[in-house]
Design a protein around this ligand. Structure first.
Ligand SMILES: *Cc1c(COP(=O)(O)O)cnc(C)c1O
Length: 215
């Protein structure tokens, strides 16, 4: 089942778009099944769960996609190859400090709340340009691009609007800061995200089935 879904989604993607499998709430066995189906990147939103699931020398990458508290930065820097969810300068500073300790230059994305929803974390559209500028000053951080979550709405026009804004922001700064990653699109809206130039889609339930949180 996992294999069929991965193959189906991959067949719809341009070759340069990365398919991340979002494995939160899913077992290590399910991660390995997805890896065998050709997934190279897994996303988790909680450091504790990541620590339990990741093994040393995994032949695939782990990315952090959930809100990160500064006291969890150490493990996130140690276990992941990209943090998508950087939503404050305070967090950037903490990641920089930890990356220096671990002798690493940590790749990150700035999460930007283009949908402008109070329930979402991320820099506001107004804050984002300065955050991107200031992020360049940290010696042990490399900002690779931006991450956004599409508008939470049944109205396709609203989702399109948030993706269009993300696309415009990304292309405005892409050259100046040598960005290569626009992380947007999930199970329900990735076909739209593809229209707006996403380079990495984060797909959970469409690969693994609906999540059950109450177990
Ligand atoms: C859970 C999650 C996803 C995947 O959601 P699905 O709807 O299951 O595809 C993608 N991005 C983030 C940030 C998430 O927390």
């Amino acid at each position: 089942m996992i294999q069929d879904e991965v193959m189906k989604i991959k067949s719809e993607l341009p070759a340069d778009v990365c398919l991340m499998a979002v494995s939160k709430t899913r077992s290590r066995a399910e991660v390995e099944a997805a890896w065998q189906a050709g997934i190279h990147v897994f996303g988790e939103n909680k450091v504790q769960e990541l620590k339990e699931k990741a093994h040393e020398n995994d032949p695939f990458e782990w990315h952090m996609i959930g809100h990160l508290q500064t006291n969890k930065v150490k493990d996130a820097v140690r276990l992941t190859s990209l943090i998508h969810s950087v939503d404050s300068l305070h967090l950037l500073a903490a990641i920089d400090k930890e990356a220096a300790k671990q002798n690493k230059c940590m790749p990150v994305l700035l999460q930007i709340n283009f949908a402008n929803e109070e329930t979402k974390s991320g820099f506001t559209v107004e804050e984002a340009p300065l955050a991107l500028e200031l992020a360049q000053r940290f010696a042990n951080i490399k900002v690779k691009g931006i991450m956004t979550i599409g508008a939470h709405s049944e109205d396709e026009a609203l989702i399109r609007k948030s993706f269009q804004q993300a696309h415009d922001f990304y292309t405005t700064y892409q050259k100046k800061y040598q960005l290569d990653t626009l992380s947007m699109g999930m199970s329900n809206d990735y076909p739209l995200a593809l229209e707006y130039g996403t380079t990495l889609i984060r797909v959970g339930s469409k690969i693994f089935g609906e999540r059950q949180y109450n177990q």
